[in-house]
Design a binder for this molecule. Structure first.
Ligand code: ARG
Length: 465
């Protein structure tokens, strides 16, 4: 005899779902994460069903208190969530029926798991995005604090990982602040995009029961309600936006990680990461490895992967809901865990790292980093830039041959290359004067970086989570 069909749709079926098919299609092992959103949603929905006379006031109250009890049980790990009930929605419905009997069977009237899951996922992303924004603010604050603390530290700025021009370490930190500020804007956008309630769209065509969608949205904390039921149940743009915001954030964190890795090499020796955020080797006693930064760089891959994954899931789907869309959640959950994990590491890792100020300063002195400044000097003496470039190029070649730094050239030596050099030429050759001369909005002069810090502090205060 065939196994008894325990599914909610057993009416139409003669045979039970094959065990392997059940295992293959069940999502409860990960979508249990949505239990709070699902129950909060069901509670609000039960109240609406009173308006439509599907439930009496007393029935709704019973359902609500049973759902509240189920919420506590699941949170305490005391509820049995079964694979055979497929997903969190069916499991909660089954728990409800177990608790209050036939009354529990009334709750799903007019609703579908299609509008239900879309609503849950939007609630989840809204909540997690707020968490991420708060963590981002903490990271921004640490970067701005570090910028403030290091206003006197000069380091080589790089292009092509070749020493280019001197910059303040503060300016470097503030560059990351700018990236994380843009990330914040993207998460705020995700919040807006997720703030639209699909509930009331039914399976695809809307619901004939007269629920007040606006009131429902208000109760669930949604700013708006969706305007087309077909779109509402089959739209995952907000999840893609979320994964995209996470991907960009991870890309920035990965770049910062890469710098921490390079800077803490013996060769660079610009920083030393704290023991708290490094690990040793099981074989080489001397090792101190920047694993947290490396893992951040590595974990960026999976977040990108889930973004491309979901874009690909969605690209061929006809309207409206298709089961493919169940594939949306694991990526979103993984991205949440990854981003929150990394963001919980970085503030501490940055705050505790030691900056080798002398090493940075010395590095900024070697490598002809003020060659551009020397060319600009000539430009101010009316030499066309291209000519000035050529002249200074020759000076650099001369210095290289005679193994000396630009800074130590005398006026006499400079004059051999151009008559335009005068007594004030040697003054502009230090890293300090090069940095100080970039006194323009966005430039690395201390004045400007201080202004940038001020602006950043204001933004951090005003940016809404
Ligand atoms: N677990 C499903 C998902 O995440 C819920 C929606 C199922 N709808 C359906 N018609 N089978 O997509």
């Amino acid at each position: 005899m065939a196994k008894k069909n325990t599914k909610a749709w057993s009416g139409r079926f003669r045979e039970a779902l094959a065990k392997e098919a059940e295992l293959f299609s069940s999502s409860i092992h990960y979508d249990h994460r949505l239990f709070k959103q699902d129950i909060v949603q069901s509670i609000a929905y039960a109240r609406q069903l009173v308006r439509t006379r599907v439930l009496t006031n007393i029935e709704a109250k019973k359902i609500v208190s049973a759902l509240e009890a189920i919420m506590k049980e699941i949170a305490a790990g005391k509820a049995e969530l079964l694979q055979e009930y497929e997903d969190i929605h069916m499991n909660i419905e089954m728990l409800l029926i177990k608790k209050i009997g036939d009354l529990g069977k009334k709750l799903h009237a007019g609703r579908s798991r299609n509008d239900q899951v879309a609503t849950d996922l939007r609630m989840y992303i809204k909540y997690e995005t707020t968490e991420i924004i708060l963590l981002l603010k903490k990271l921004q604050t640490v970067l701005v604090d570090l910028a403030e603390k290091n206003l006197k530290v000069i380091m080589p700025g790089y292009t092509h990982v070749q020493r280019a021009q001197p910059v303040l370490l503060s300016h470097h930190f503030m560059a990351y602040y700018e990236m994380f500020r843009r990330d914040m804007g993207r998460f705020q956008f995700v919040q807006q995009e997720s703030d639209v309630m699909p509930l009331g769209s039914g399976a695809l065509a809307g619901t004939p029961f007269e629920i007040d969608r606006k009131e429902l949205a208000e109760e669930l904390g949604f700013a708006e309600i969706s305007q087309n039921s077909l779109d509402a149940v089959s739209d995952r743009d907000f999840a893609i936006d979320f994964l995209s915001a996470c991907s960009l954030l991870m890309m920035h964190l990965s770049r910062l990680s890469e710098e921490l890795v390079i800077w803490s090499t013996y060769e660079f020796n610009f920083i030393e990461l704290s023991d708290k955020y490094t690990t040793g080797s099981s074989i080489m006693p001397q090792k101190k490895n920047p694993d947290m930064a490396e893992l951040t760089r590595g974990k960026t891959g999976r977040v990108y992967g889930y973004l491309i994954g979901l874009l690909t899931v969605m690209k061929g789907l006809p309207l409206a809901y298709n089961r493919d869309m169940q594939e949306d959640k694991e990526g979103v959950f993984t991205a949440v865990d990854t981003v929150k994990g990394v963001l919980s590491i970085f503030p501490g890792m940055l705050e505790t790292m030691k900056v080798n100020v002398e090493v940075m300063a010395n590095a900024a002195k070697k490598g002809f980093l003020t060659a551009t400044d020397l060319a600009y000097y000539l430009v101010r003496k009316n030499v066309p830039f291209r000519e000035a470039h050529e002249i200074v190029g020759k000076i650099v070649a001369y210095c290289e041959e005679s193994n000396m730094q630009l800074e130590y050239l005398s006026l006499k030596q400079l004059k051999q290359f151009s008559d335009a050099f005068a007594y004030d030429a040697t003054r502009i050759l230090s890293a300090e004067s090069s940095v100080a001369s970039r006194d323009i909005v966005g430039g690395t002069a201390a004045n400007q970086v201080k202004e940038a810090i001020k602006r950043a502090r204001k933004n951090i205060l005003h940016d809404q989570a």
